[in-house]
Design a protein around this ligand. Structure first.
Ligand code: PEP
Length: 250
C-alpha cells in the first residue's frame, strides 16, 4: 500500500472544482491506482470537512468515495478553557479519522517535542490515527547534525505505547519553498528513520513531504523506503493532486 496525503493548511479550496478536476483525471486514466493500492487522505479545516465528507459519502466515483479526512492539528488537552483548540474527542465525534501532529509550521509556533508526544497520546486514547511529521532545519543539515536531530524527534515520540501510524519526513527548508530535497538527502534520512523503527520493532509507512509536485513525484516515489508523500501547495488543485496520485504505484 502507498499513501498520498493532501495538507490544505488554511487555504481556500473550491470543493466543487476540486472534486470535478480530481474525478476528471481519475476517469480519464485506465490504470489509476485502486483504493487498495493507494490510500488518499485530505487534511483540512473543520468547515470544509462538513461539505467534503458529504460529497465523499455520496460520490459514485469509487476512488473519491474512499478518501479519508484528517485534521491538521489536535489539542494535547482533553477539554476545558483552551480557546481555539480542538480535542481528539471532538474530532472523533464528527467522524475525522486522525490528525497531523508535529508539522513544522506548528513546531515553529511553540509545539515542543513534549507537546507533540502528548498530542499523539490523546489521539491514541481516542483510537484516532496520527501522521507524525519530523524534519530538520537547513542549519541543522548544514552543521551535519541531521542524524542526532531526527533520532531525538523519534525517541521523544516513540514511548509509552505511542508510535507513528504514518511518518512524514519533511525537511523544513523544503516545505512550501519549491526546493525539494535531493534523493541522496531523502535516502539518508529514510535510512536513519527505518533503522530506528526496526530497532524498536515499529511498523510504520514512511512518507516524504516538501515541494512535491507532478514533476518530481516519480523520482521521489522511486526512492527505496518511501511509501508515499505529503503534499501541501500541489494538493490545492484537484487535477494536480490526482495526477500526482496517478504516478504512485504499489
Ligand atoms: C506541507 O505542508 O507539509 C508541505 C509539504 O507543503 P509543500 O508541499 O507546499 O511543500
Amino acid at each position: 500500500m502507498k499513501y498520498l496525503i493532501a495538507n490544505w493548511k488554511m487555504n481556500s479550496v473550491d470543493l466543487d472544482v476540486w472534486e470535478r478536476e480530481f474525478i476528471n483525471v481519475v476517469s480519464s486514466q485506465n490504470n489509476f491506482p485502486k483504493s487498495d493500492e493507494l490510500k488518499l487522505i485530505v487534511c483540512l479545516n473543520l468547515y470544509d470537512y462538513y461539505v467534503l465528507s458529504k460529497k465523499i459519502k455520496s460520490s459514485k466515483n469509487a476512488i473519491f468515495n474512499k478518501i479519508s479526512l484528517f485534521a491538521q492539528d489536535v489539542s494535547q488537552h482533553e477539554e476545558g478553557a483552551f480557546t481555539g483548540q480542538i480535542s481528539s474527542k471532538f474530532l472523533k465525534k464528527v467522524g475525522i479519522k486522525g490528525s497531523i501532529i508535529g508539522h513544522s509550521e506548528l513546531r515553529e509556533n511553540g509545539d515542543s517535542e513534549k507537546i507533540v508526544f502528548e498530542k499523539g497520546l490523546k489521539l491514541k486514547e481516542d483510537e484516532l490515527s496520527n501522521i507524525f511529521c519530523i524534519g530538520e532545519a537547513l542549519e541543522i543539515l548544514e552543521n551535519k547534525n541531521k542524524k542526532s536531530f531526527l533520532l531525538n524527534q523519534l525517541k521523544t515520540f516513540c514511548k509509552n505505547n505511542v508510535s507513528p501510524d504514518l511518518l512524514a519526513y519533511e525537511p523544513i527548508w523544503a516545505i512550501g519553498t519549491g526546493k525539494e530535497a535531493d534523493s541522496e538527502n531523502i535516502s539518508s534520512s529514510v535510512s536513519i528513520i527505518l533503522d530506528f523503527l526496526e530497532e524498536k520493532k515499529i511498523y510504520c509507512p514512511v512518507l516524504y513531504g516538501g515541494s512535491v509536485s507532478k514533476s518530481n513525484i516519480e523520482e521521489i516515489i522511486s526512492i527505496p523506503g518511501i511509501d508515499g508523500c505529503l503534499v501541501g501547495n500541489s494538493s490545492l488543485d484537484g487535477e494536480q493532486f490526482a495526477i500526482i496520485a496517478s504516478k504512485i504505484k504499489s
